[in-house]
Design a protein around this ligand. Structure first.
Ligand code: ASP
Length: 308
């Protein structure tokens, strides 16, 4: 038995702004990404490879704020963050503030598998990428008219915004992530983002921080988060879910709903998370209007995509 779930960010385009063609495009992108992970899992492949494969598809799709679709920072550049974690041995890899990497999730996986470190940032991370024969791309690879217009709306201001809003004053999110349990019972989680529009000073959110935006442990679950990163770091959200299940014996449903719909909601922290537990159950919870998401459980054998 295996399970996989993915997200393309909480805080979708509002229902009223979502055109049917756009909705179809999002659903097709989610379908393609979950299939990439599912194809690996059904051949007996590893959860770590499946979550990477699903996230690569989402990073390559300009609809989401990660990889190709990454938002603009204060200087009009793109700075990307990603992390991945293996639940079997709780090993992790992360990169932050990289500017020339097409698939930051794969670089995070290389940090996990090919370095003695857990997190690399900026130029150093790109130097490591070069040494691993990763092709570096020009910043123009990430150019996207929709994101450029989002940035134009707030560029002169001293504010920053989460993604996916037409009305940027009502900011929303767009990070991507995947969690899975493979047929061997191993869990993995992966998350990737362009962060917040107009971010400055090398701002880094929860996405590349293990325990905050990403966490996996075979004893409990695998978690990938999206939302207002500062809150997710302060509340150590992904690890919190694990702890509630491990130390307090909370069910997957109770742990995810308590953190997302009670604790974070009371702090006005908008966002969502996807979790697969050690028994292959999934929970996809958000306190925003929507969250691009999909899941597949081998025993049900049906891909389900949803937005609102
Ligand atoms: N969590 C991400 C960050 O704060 C943003 C997002 O989920 O859209 O960088």
């Amino acid at each position: 038995m295996f399970t996989i779930a993915i997200h393309g960010g909480a805080g979708t385009l509002s229902k009223s702004a979502m055109m049917p063609e756009k909705e179809t495009a999002y659903r097709q992108a989610l379908q393609k990404a979950i299939e990439a992970g599912k194809n690996i899992l059904e051949k007996g492949g590893e959860a770590l490879d499946a979550v990477e494969a699903a996230v690569i598809e989402l990073e390559n799709c300009p609809l989401f704020n990660a990889g190709k679709g990454a938002v603009f920072n204060h200087k009009g550049e793109h700075e990307l963050d990603a992390s991945i974690m293996c639940g079997k041995n709780t090993s992790g890899g992360a990169v932050a503030g990289v500017k020339h990497i097409m698939n930051p999730i794969s670089l995070a996986k290389m940090v996990l598998q090919k370095s003695q470190h857990v997190m690399l940032i900026g130029d150093g991370a790109e130097q490591f990428a070069k040494e691993q024969q990763v092709e570096l791309v020009d910043q123009s690879y990430f150019y996207n008219e929709f994101r450029y217009q989002q940035w134009q709306q707030i560029k002169g201001e001293d504010t920053f915004a989460l993604d996916h809003s037409v009305e940027i004053k009502n900011p929303k999110m767009g990070t991507v992530g995947a969690v899975a349990m493979d047929v061997h019972g191993n869990l993995a989680a992966a998350t990737s983002t362009g962060g917040m529009t107009n971010k400055k000073w090398g701002r880094v959110g929860d996405t590349p921080i293990l325990g905050a935006g990403t966490y996996a442990n075979n004893n409990t679950c695998a978690v990938s988060c999206t939302g207002h990163g500062e809150f997710f770091i302060e509340q150590v959200v992904a690890y919190d879910i694990h702890c509630l299940m491990l130390y307090k014996n909370l069910s997957l449903k109770d742990a995810t709903e308590y953190v997302m719909l009670d604790k974070l909601k009371k702090l006005n922290a908008e966002g969502g998370l996807i979790v697969v537990d050690k028994n292959g159950n999934h929970s996809l919870v958000f306190n925003s209007e929507g969250m691009y998401r999909a899941h597949f459980n081998s025993h049900v054998n049906k891909i389900v995509t949803a937005i609102y």
